[in-house]
Design a protein around this ligand. Structure first.
Ligand SMILES: Nc1nc2c(ncn2[C@@H]2O[C@H](COP(=O)(O)OP(=O)(O)OP(=O)(O)O)[C@@H](O)[C@H]2O)c(=O)[nH]1
Ligand SMILES: [Mg+2]
Ligand SMILES: [Zn+2]
Length: 342
């Protein structure tokens, strides 16, 4: 499990800095500083209630209560963990559709990606299932492999969705490309957000869980979410930005309640998703199909390229591992730094 920010020791000065930033923030959140605690017009905050963070944009955190009603919330200044999409929180009502978050419950999983200034951003919390979405007719299995490795790094189960099957001409070639994933035990679904084909079994598989859609920009993650959720927030500028091609690309992760049960997070298509902090040595262990063959190469420092006695190459030759998977693994290894020896 990745380490939580709260596990780290903070110096008194750091804590002081966070507190100051937090109070400035709370005062600016539009729920007006003193109103938060009852000195103004809205009265005492209500009783503590359970809720879930469905979105976080700018200074606003949106919390959904157990009845499905949404509240714009401020954060109580003492919180050290910034609430993120998917967090389960304790909050109090302070006015009509407004509230204040007073505590964040412990997270059973977190998804991270690199942000500006080499900071790690937590994108979502309490995710049970990562759903890797790819586009039929333009399958990018290299990127699928990246997301699958990231899911293993986050220790979260994954499954696969191939969308846009309405435009696929050679379905058999594509099914062949997807076959290795079935052998590895990943559930996969072929769907079309456009025609509605294959959506019911996918919705069934998502029921009861918190899932997140990840995948390259433009594969149709939001279009799929739109098939189930007729929600005006799906189309607001807060969540989507117009691209050069005139398409609405998702800018912020957002959690939706599925009609058939379960929760679904629509996230922006980000390539680096989750592989930050992975060392080169760690990569093979994130490929499930490689696991039985690891440690069997003739040379302990085998780079699995042209070395004699390479167990991974042998597994490709015997058909136990798909050549495309080994190629993906080597590409990812090249793209990440080796372990720092010092
Ligand atoms: N033919 C076809 N086009 C689709 C389908 N699903 C989505 N599209 C189109 O693909 C484009 C991208 O869809 P989005 O849903 O915005 O993709 P996204 O994955 O959410 O993209 P980001 O938010 O940038 O990560 C849009 O123009 C959709 O109309 C489908 O099943 N078939
Ligand atoms: Mg989108
Ligand atoms: Zn090897």
């Amino acid at each position: 499990m990745p380490r939580k920010r709260s596990d780290k020791r903070l110096s008194l000065r750091q804590i002081e800095r966070i507190r100051t930033a937090r109070s400035v923030r709370v005062a600016r959140v539009g729920v007006e500083g003193e109103d938060l605690w009852g000195a103004g017009g809205v009265g005492e905050p209500g009783l503590e209630e359970e809720g879930r963070v469905v979105a976080h944009f700018g200074l606003n955190i949106e919390v959904e209560d157990e009845a499905g009603e949404r509240f714009r919330c401020a954060v109580r200044e003492a919180l050290l963990d910034e609430p993120v999409c998917g967090d389960r929180v304790v909050w109090r009502r302070v006015g009509e559709n407004q509230g204040v978050i007073v505590a964040v419950h412990g997270r059973h999983s977190v998804l991270r990606r690199p942000g500006p200034y080499q900071r790690l951003l937590t994108v979502a919390a309490n995710v049970d299932r990562i759903v890797v979405v790819a586009a039929g007719g333009n399958l990018n299995t290299g990127l699928v492999d990246r997301y699958l490795a990231a899911a293993r790094k986050a220790d979260i189960e994954a499954m696969l969705v191939v969308n846009k099957i309405d435009r696929v001409e050679d379905a058999s070639a594509e099914q062949e490309a997807m076959a290795p994933y079935g052998r590895m035990g990943y559930a996969s679904f072929r769907v079309s957000a456009l025609s509605g084909q294959g959506l019911a079994p996918l919705e069934q598989a998502l029921a009861g869980l918190t899932s997140v859609f990840v995948g390259e920009s433009g594969v149709g993650k939001s279009s799929l979410v739109n098939c189930w959720i007729q929600d005006e927030t799906m189309r607001t500028a807060e969540v989507h930005a117009l691209t050069d091609q005139g398409r609405h690309a998702t800018t912020t992760a957002r959690l939706y309640r599925l009609p058939a049960g379960g929760w679904l997070i629509d996230s922006p298509g980000v390539r680096e998703f989750g592989l930050h902090g992975v060392t080169r040595e760690e990569v093979p262990g994130l490929f499930v199909d490689m696991l039985p063959h690891l440690g069997r190469c003739r040379f302990t420092d085998c780079r699995h390229q042209r070395e004699p006695g390479c167990a991974l190459r042998a597994a490709v030759d015997s058909g136990a591992i798909a050549a495309t998977r080994l190629a993906s693994m080597l590409r990812i290894m090249e793209s990440v730094a080796p372990k720092n020896p010092y």
